[in-house]
Ligand binder design. Structure first.
Ligand code: B16
Ligand code: MG
Length: 210
């Protein structure tokens, strides 16, 4: 049985994955690398610094740590500009219905996101009050597929991992949930979500399961 649901943020609850893509695309352009949607798939759920390391590798660019730090703050500046107008309209289909349903059923709700911008996004979209525990990229340094972000969520809720269900849109997140010994449902296209117990198009498809 499921006693807690741990939500990924970008690409599951909120439509921010497209803004990460735009900001990385702009950064890669400056390195002379043409960053594709296929490349972007590999960055989903992956921390900011590890994402940059991958792009530098693809671009064949070698730069100093100081230059890396500059690029990271530039990427985040562009990303923050893109999400400045974020509102409840940017919640993905079914997000509110599912959060409401879980709360009504007494199922605990946690966030398990790699993002350091998670709190601002939850506030702008008006859903922060649904969460019993908030674990984000400021709390956990180890990036998905490491299970730390989800294990911390379970611990904060006081629920054993086997009774937690993770909802994820990224392969790295599916792998992290499995490594944590949790159930996991993929949100999106099955081809990018190997190892999920089930894959659905959006959260709306899950409302009647609880
Ligand atoms: P930030 P999630 C992840 O969020 C994104 O999928 C990933 O693209 C991003 O690089 C990472 O957060 C770090 O985000 O730059 O805002 O700290 O999907 O785990 O909610
Ligand atoms: Mg995600």
């Amino acid at each position: 049985t499921v006693k807690a649901v741990i939500f990924d943020l970008d690409g599951v609850l909120v439509d921010t994955a497209v803004y990460h893509f735009q900001a990385w695309h702009r950064l890669a352009e400056g390195l002379g690398y043409s960053f594709s949607l296929v490349d972007n798939e590999q960055l989903k759920g992956v921390s900011r610094i590890e994402s940059l390391e991958l792009i530098l590798k693809w671009a064949g660019a070698k730069i100093s740590d100081a230059e890396k730090a500059d690029l990271l703050s530039l990427k985040n500046k562009w990303y923050l500009e893109l999400i400045e107008q974020l509102s409840p309209d940017h919640l993905l289909s079914g997000s509110l219905d599912l959060l409401e349903k879980l709360q009504k059923k007494g199922i605990k709700i946690a966030l398990g996101s790699a993002s350091k911008n998670a709190m601002g996004i939850l506030e702008k979209t008006g859903i922060i009050s649904y969460f019993d525990a908030l674990i984000d990229g400021n709390v956990v340094q180890l990036s998905k597929p490491n299970p730390a972000v989800f294990l911390k969520g379970a611990e904060a809720l006081g629920i054993e991992p086997a009774c937690c269900l993770v909802l994820e849109d990224a392969q790295a997140g599916i792998d992290a949930a499995r490594a944590a010994g949790m159930q996991v449902i993929g949100i999106g296209q099955a081809e990018h979500l190997n190892g999920a117990d089930l894959v659905v198009a959006d959260l709306g498809a899950l409302v009647d399961k609880f």
